[in-house]
Every structure is written in structure tokens, then in C-alpha cells.
Design a protein around this ligand. Sequence first.
Ligand code: ADP
Length: 382
Amino acid sequence: MTKKNQDEKSTRKVAPSLEKVKNIIAIASGKGGVGKSTVSTNLAIALQQAGFTVGLMDADVYGPSQPTMMGAGNEQPKIADGKLIPVTRHEIRFISMGLLMQEDTPVIWRGPMASKVIQQFVGSVAWGELDYLLIDLPPGTGDIQITLAQQASLTGAIIVTTPQKIALDVAKKGLQMFENVNVPIVGIVENMSGFTCKHCGETTAIFSEGGAESMAKKFGVAFLGSIPLDPQIMVSGDSGAPLLIDAKDSAPAETYRKLAATVVKQIEDSGNKGGSEPLNMEIDGKGNLAVKWQDNTESSYTPYHLRVNCPCADCIDENSGTRTLDPKKVPLDLTIRSFEAIGRYAIAIKFSDGHDSGIFRYDFLRKMAEKDTGIKSGSFSV
Ligand code: ADP
């Protein structure tokens, strides 16, 4: 986003240290022990091996297992120019509460420390340019998760669950929490799906199976795949020798590669639908909002055109979807005073007539450019 004129430009809410990160994905679970950290590590490595630049933020304050899983030992992140420099492991930039805390730090200190450290992870880590930053969230749906979802301007969230009913019930809460704070759900992963006996080849669904897929269908989100219950996954995680490096031809390693490919496709497809954050937005010399999209196409919107299409509840009847704003009452010489990014999914625009309640989602702006916003004009014509 360019910053030519402070009055007219957006003040992005994305922390400067995350500005060069293309996709920020939270990995979440309703409860602990379902394999969220294991999925985060292996997904990070699979993405790196597929050619992406990857960062991994371990924000799981109550059980920071990433240093062990990544084999990072006691390495301390360095500080330069007031920023924490992530440790590099397996070509992944990596930061963890576990690298900053002593193993015997009492749990009672961890809560208050957590929010401060997480704010630092978002605002003061020199992540640099990344294709993907994966955030291994603490389990549950508390303040830490909500703050992080808002401060880190997440691209999306992946929910990890095991197939049994009790895990699925809490996973649903996680899913709803992200929807409440407008973070898109990339999809759901079912972990510990089934155990295949290496002697007889028979697969047993120890914790049941298929629950995550039906939950995904019910909530209209993508099912990203299932990971088997496999002792090799546990041993590699606990020994810090990741499967995708030490046993890259193994069956579970292939499962993680498939998962990574599905995640990438899912994110790219949602971008192609027009929902993704533009490459650049500015007010051009004519006072129009000029947007350059990820696919390099460009759209230009006059202030009048934006104002009469404002999707807020003052301008559109929420029940009928019909415009209640009379376009004739909008001054033709209207200007855009400023605009501001809302997370990574929309902008809020302040117009010179004082109207500032419209949130223009990026997918809505794309539809405007295609002249198909779905707004009914009712008794007014534009
Ligand atoms: P969480 O982050 O959800 O608390 P972890 O990733 O730390 O869970 O996993 C909990 C334990 O389960 C770890 O010992 C891990 O090695 C093991 N584990 C995770 N996924 C699998 C799997 N698919 N098969 C076997 N063991 C697994």
C-alpha cells in the first residue's frame, strides 16, 4: 500500500513487521492434545519443501512444544534494531514462547506473560518477506486467540480436531469464534483419524472417523484431509527429527504433503473468488480509489460510485437488500477523505459528506467492478 498523502491514504491495521507476509494462517483447536502443534510443524515443512518461504510462530503458551518438534533446543532468538530475530530451523523462520521461557516457569505466570509476548510476536519480530506465516495458537477460544486473530490480521484459520464427538463439539466453538471476528476458515483437518496395523494392514478408527468431514459440510467450510494415528508421527515430533525430513518417503509424510497442497489450493481459490487483499490501493490523481488486485487486474472507483453503492445498514435495507439511499441526494462533487484497511478483508471509507459507516469487503469491490453487487435499486436509479 503506498503512502503518498497521509490524509487520503489508508492507515493499515496490519503490524509493520507483518506487512511483507502474504498469508497469515492460524492453526487452532478447541482443546489441547489433538495434534495442532504436530500439524503446524509438518505443514510448515511441507510448504517450505514445496518452494514457499515459511515462518512458524508458536503462540501456544501453555504447551510450547515447537522447540522440541523443530529440534531448536535452547537456542535464544537474537535482538537487532529493537526486533526479535527468528531462529531458523529446517529453513523455516521460527519463534516460540518456549525459546523465551525457562521450562520451569510456573503456569500461573504464563497467562499474563502470554498476552505481552504474543503482542511482541505480532509487532516486534523481524519476519521479513514470507509466503506463509503459520501461527500455532493455544487451544481454546479465549482472549489470547481473539486478540491474536484481530492484531495479526489473519488471512484465515485452520481448525484441527480429532474425530470423537467431544473434540468436535469444542472445535465448533473455535470455528464460530473465527467467524465472529470475521476471520475466514481455510478448512478443517481431522487428526488421529485411523490406525493401520503394520502387520495385518487393517485400519481401526480408534477415535471414530469422518466426524470432521461432516462438520465441515454442515458449516459450509472445506475439509482439508485426515491424518492417520501413526506412532512414527509421534516419535518424529518428540525427537525433533521431522518426518518430512528424516522419513520423507513414509506414508504419513505423503499425507502432510497432500494437506499442504490442499491448503495452498484452498487459499488460492478464495483469492480467485476476489476475496483476497489487493496488492495496492490508493487515491489516484482524479480522486478515485484505484485498486490493483492479486491477479494484476486494476479497478477504479469514483467516490460517487462508491457512496451510492455503500453496503451499510443506513444505505441498504438489511431484510430486502434494497437500496434506501436516494442517489440524487449524494453530491456529485463528493470526495474520499480517507480509507482504512479492516483486517485483510475490507476497507472502511470516509466520504466528504461525513458518511463513514460503510465497510467495503474486497469481494464486494470486485463485484462492483463487474457491476453485479446484488443490491436492488428499488425506487431509485443510479
Ligand atoms: P496439541 O498441539 O493439539 O496440544 P500435539 O501436536 O502436541 O497436540 O500432539 C499431542 C501428542 O500427540 C504429541 O505427543 C504428538 O506427537 C502426538 N500426535 C499428534 N498427532 C499424531 C498422530 N497423527 N499420530 C500419532 N501421534 C500424534
